[in-house]
Ligand binder design. Structure first.
Ligand SMILES: *Cc1c(COP(=O)(O)O)cnc(C)c1O
Length: 368
């Protein structure tokens, strides 16, 4: 545990064994494909190097990050792994990619050309070619695919490991866009030189074998987010967040709680204050909407979430619990990231990647 434990009392527990179990479950759902792990944004906020080390020990051979710096961190703990950088290589960074054996994702025709040129006529350099099938974000456009198809020599300095694309609505299995994207991906595959393919994120894996291709790229589901929001979550919870009550205020006469006076207390009420706030990623949109648990009691967030503090109504609690030092569960198996996210009007991804730097982090399981 790091020393911030003593500073704030709040403890974030990350279960690496659960991450590994989730990796195995995802692998089993895509038996014909290699299963990689997406560990961008510091492993969705949980610690990319810890997660990557645990998954590498469990047999994961390929990791995706967003930026070069993230790739270099993972390279430290995983000398053998294939590490791909989703945002590609910025101009001038090609040598660093080569030195660290990193794969850029080539997101445009100019990116393909620059990468090919960086080989300077020598050994073609490995990379992933990304075609846009419906995100309108990164990836070669249809026209760029056409130009590359007409002039395959543009790939001469590039050794494509995979052709990839990315799904926009994979968590909605009934959405017709999934099939449309798959058709566009098939068209691009037909036009370009033959290479292995990668298409599915966490949710895409559950769309079935047509979506698996050669490599799947789960991120969120590894960390416990439900890949099929309309069904029970098959993933194990990974994160637990607990914070101690700092003090309990007994209020007898009508009063308001917190900034903006958005919560009004009418009768006798007990308000517990905990040392977590929006500066820790406890989203301000949880004001008057969030929930926490103490023992068997569900306690509502009342008033605005402040920068460093959250107020909870603990009137229903017995005195031995409604006091300083009692631990409050903010994220746990019974209130997992997805339900915390629903309370805050966002998605589990944002809850995870916002988890604060002031929490003491405790790793359990796996290679912890
Ligand atoms: C983030 C990302 C993933 C992982 O998506 P999840 O929904 O977290 O499984 C896969 N592929 C690409 C291109 C991504 O950007």
């Amino acid at each position: 545990m790091d020393e911030t434990a003593h500073a704030t009392g709040t403890v974030l527990t990350i279960d690496l064994e659960a991450v590994v179990a989730n990796y195995r479950l995802l692998s089993e759902h895509a038996p014909g494909a290699e299963c990689s792990a997406v560990v961008k944004a510091d492993g969705y906020g949980l610690g990319a190097t810890r997660v990557a080390a645990a998954l590498a020990a469990a047999g994961c051979k390929t990791f995706f990050v967003a930026h070069l710096g993230e790739a270099l961190a993972v390279r430290q703990v995983s000398p053998e792994a294939t590490i791909a950088v989703l945002n590609g290589a910025l101009a001038g960074a090609e040598a660093e990619f080569e030195e660290n054996n990193l794969l850029p994702v080539l997101n445009s025709l100019p990116a393909v050309q620059a990468w090919s040129a960086s080989a300077s006529g020598g050994e073609p350099r490995p990379a992933i070619v990304h075609v846009d099938s419906g995100m309108s974000r990164l990836g070669l456009s249809d026209q760029e695919v056409g130009r590359l198809a007409g002039e395959p020599s543009l790939l001469d300095g590039t050794a494509p490991r995979w052709l990839m694309s990315h799904l926009a609505v994979a968590e909605e299995p009934e959405n017709a866009l999934n099939g449309e994207q798959r058709t566009r991906f098939e068209v691009a595959r037909g036009r370009l030189p033959t290479m292995p393919a990668s298409f599915s994120n966490s949710s895409g894996i559950f769309l079935g074998p047509d979506y698996h291709y050669d490599l799947v790229r789960p991120g969120a589901a590894l960390y416990g987010v439900n890949p099929q929001p309309s069904k029970p979550n098959p993933m194990q919870p990974v994160v637990r967040l607990e914070s101690p009550i700092l003090q309990v205020r007994s209020i007898d006469s009508p009063r308001t709680v917190g900034y903006g006076a958005t919560h009004r207390v009418r009768g006798p009420t007990k308000i517990a204050t905990i040392p977590v706030g929006y500066a820790d990623g406890y989203l301000r949109s949880s004001s008057n909407r969030g929930r926490a648990f103490i023992d068997e009691y569900e306690v509502p967030v009342v008033g605005r979430v402040s920068m460093d503090l959250v107020t909870l109504d603990v009137t229903a609690l017995p005195d031995h619990l409604a006091r300083a030092g009692t631990m409050v569960e903010l994220i746990s198996a019974r209130h997992p990231v997805d339900s915390v996210a629903a309370d805050a009007g966002t998605i589990g991804y944002e809850i995870l990647t916002s988890l604060g730097a002031r929490y003491a982090r405790r790793y359990v399981g796996g290679s912890a």
